[in-house]
Design a protein around this ligand. Structure first.
Ligand code: NAD
Ligand code: ZN
Length: 360
């Protein structure tokens, strides 16, 4: 047995208003005045002076606003990298992502690709990155994905939706300021928050479970239950705790894996562009057979917050469409092995998945 030796986020700052310290944090990392910091920012913040006026810009530093209507794509990353190389004389001093999982993943991927040749699609998979990334910083503005701590950046490529999993992927610095999440719309808060809840359930009921994953997973689960089922928290406490739940949920899957909901949600995402958070909810709602207690509790949370999930999204799909989704889902072998065990292929077949997708 050989154990994996994982890198972690090297530095983290936590606190309401800590965003005001961003300049102090990154300025020592400036290589020289022509090596800029590039800020990738969710375009939902365009024109929002409360946030953008505090982005510390000097010399050639630049803000790139990014739409999150679609999840990050490999070609999009390649384009950003090309633009940076063409427009600046020197490699950036750092890449800073400000937003949800999409923006965090974009910052990680761009930082990696600035120091690695070729196209980002060639690095989708496990441990294919050769050179360390440019210094990169993650600043979440919505909580749940765990992308702020993870060793992956999930991209949709020409052939699959798959992460660039590598030792160079984790952020060098994360800034956790729960105040940045204050304007997240209710539905989106639930979908992205449930990503964390599903991470906990999939990790805690998986065959890969170990004390490392379990301790983080149990803490994250307890926080999710408090946030989504109790009435005792103020809004600020709830924001603070969800940010930490996301962190712990991400840490929990670092040393284990996700499971059925994620595998199937990747299929929906690849074919239909259904986004990660809501996709997990749509799938998880039908997984009683695999996660009976988790699904029952999820339904309580959904009812408490009056969330209505889309129905019938697979109603008009062709056999070819089903095949595409099923192929993507089945290709994620570690997820199935974690969820079901080494012999997962005996019970998880094309037909099992088709029957499940047909319910969604
Ligand atoms: P997201 O980044 O698309 O953000 C969701 C929505 O919330 C967007 O419409 C965004 O504009 C909005 N939003 C974000 N912050 C806001 C704020 N403060 N106020 C108002 N609106 C705000 O979605 P997400 O659920 O955070 O992340 C999903 C993405 O993360 C997917 O691309 C998924 O593949 C990826 N992901 C990555 C990992 C990882 O470990 N790398 C893990 C899970 C998910
Ligand atoms: Zn997830």
């Amino acid at each position: 047995m050989s154990y994996k030796n994982f890198p972690m986020v090297s530095k983290v700052i936590f606190g309401r208003g800590s965003f005001n310290q961003l300049s102090d944090i990154i300025e020592p990392k400036r290589l020289n005045t022509s090596a800029p910091f590039i800020f990738f920012v969710d375009d939902i913040f365009k024109g929002d002076a409360w946030l953008t006026s505090r982005i510390p810009l000097s010399y050639q530093d630049k803000v790139v606003y990014v739409s999150t209507i679609e999840e990050p794509k490999t070609e999009q990353i390649d384009q950003y990298v090309e633009d940076i190389i063409l427009n600046f004389k020197e490699r950036p001093s750092g890449i800073i992502g400000i937003g949800g999982g999409s923006l965090l993943d974009i910052a990680k991927a761009v930082a990696i690709m600035l120091n690695n040749d070729g196209e980002s699609k060639d690095y989708q998979g496990w441990d294919l990155v050769k050179n360390p990334a440019v210094y990169h910083v993650g600043i979440p503005t919505i909580s749940g994905t765990g992308a702020e701590v993870s060793r992956t950046t999930i991209l949709t490529g020409p052939e699959r939706k798959l992460g660039i999993n590598s030792d160079y992927t984790p952020f060098d610095q994360v800034l956790l300021d729960p105040e940045l999440t204050k304007d997240v719309p209710k539905d989106q808060w639930f979908y992205t928050g449930m990503d964390c809840y599903v991470h906990c359930i999939e990790s805690l009921s998986g065959t890969y479970l170990n004390a490392f994953s379990q301790t983080y997973g149990e803490k994250a689960l307890e926080l999710c239950q408090e946030i989504f089922l109790s009435d005792d928290l103020s809004e600020q406490e709830s924001q603070d705790k969800l940010m930490m739940a996301s962190w712990h949920g991400g840490m929990s899957i670092a040393y284990s894996q996700v499971g059925v909901a994620h595998a199937m949600s990747y299929g929906l995402g690849y074919l239909l562009g259904v986004k990660h958070g809501i996709g997990n909810c749509i799938v998880f709602d039908h997984l009683e057979a695999y996660y009976p207690e988790g699904v029952a509790e999820f339904k309580k949370m959904k009812a408490k917050h009056n969330i209505t999930l889309p129905q019938g999204i697979c109603a008009d799909l062709s056999d070819k469409d089903f095949n595409t989704m099923i192929k993507v889902a089945l290709s994620l072998e570690p997820l199935w092995e974690n969820a079901i065990g080494k012999n997962w292929k005996k019970t998880i077949t094309h037909d099992t998945l088709k029957a499940l997708y047909q319910k969604m």
